[in-house]
Design a binder for this molecule. Structure first.
Ligand code: GRF
Length: 204
């Protein structure tokens, strides 16, 4: 009898290294209570789409422009989530804003990975390399990553997991980003996805 697994959609915009960590975690058994059924990107050239397709996962580009703006963009995404009967949405390097109307439909069912220790260096305008540039500019000695539930406040939802990463004197934003990914993001996100997927399948 095949065990019930949470059906996961991953929303991406870029290189997809966090998606890759999730794919690898499903293969290694770190994630066993969920399976990735769908990948959606707002960026047609996102390498994350290639990573999905290379692993037999349905991958879709959804254009904000071609769907007539934010409302149509979110409608299309909701249609896909329903079609694939998705239980859990994971934002993994997803660089597009989702409205309060959208996030309020999925309470405690949307996760995001942010490359700092929230509440530091988060919110409006803090994404990607900008987060690490801000940490280096402030001179903090420790940074890290956070997985949190997504609500209507950018990076404002309940914090699930965090992991600290040391900043070294010679760090550049690029070097620091890579260390935060390797030592924190790629470990935390699979762990959080397994935790929430496990909760989902036990509550059903
Ligand atoms: C990275 O800055 C990561 O910290 C953040 O999104 C960016 C791209 O990640 N979560 P990915 O390689 O596309 O997963």
């Amino acid at each position: 009898m095949t065990e019930k697994k949470a059906r996961i959609a991953v929303l991406v915009s870029g290189g997809g290294t966090n998606l890759q960590a999730l794919i690898d975690a499903c293969k290694s058994g770190i994630i066993r209570s969920g399976e990735i059924k769908l990948v959606i990107s707002n960026n047609a050239s996102a390498y994350a789409l290639t990573r999905a397709r290379d692993n037999g996962i349905h991958a879709v580009f959804v254009s904000r422009k071609k769907n007539g703006g934010q409302e149509g963009f979110e409608r299309k995404i909701k249609e896909l989530l329903e079609k694939y009967e998705i239980d859990l949405i994971v934002l993994a390097g997803f660089m597009s804003i989702l409205s309060a109307d959208f996030t309020s439909r999925y309470p405690r069912r949307i996760l995001n990975i942010h490359p700092s220790l929230i509440p530091s260096f988060c919110g409006e305008g803090f994404y990607g390399l900008k987060v690490h540039e801000a940490a280096l500019a402030r001179g903090v000695k420790v940074t890290g990553a956070t997985v949190h539930f997504v609500n209507e406040i950018p990076d404002g939802g309940e914090i699930l997991l965090q992991k600290a990463v040391a900043i070294l004197p010679a760090d550049t934003p690029e070097v620091l980003q890579k260390r935060v990914m390797e030592e924190a993001e790629w470990k935390l996100l699979p762990q959080a996805v397994e935790m929430v997927s496990g909760d989902i399948i036990t509550e059903e």
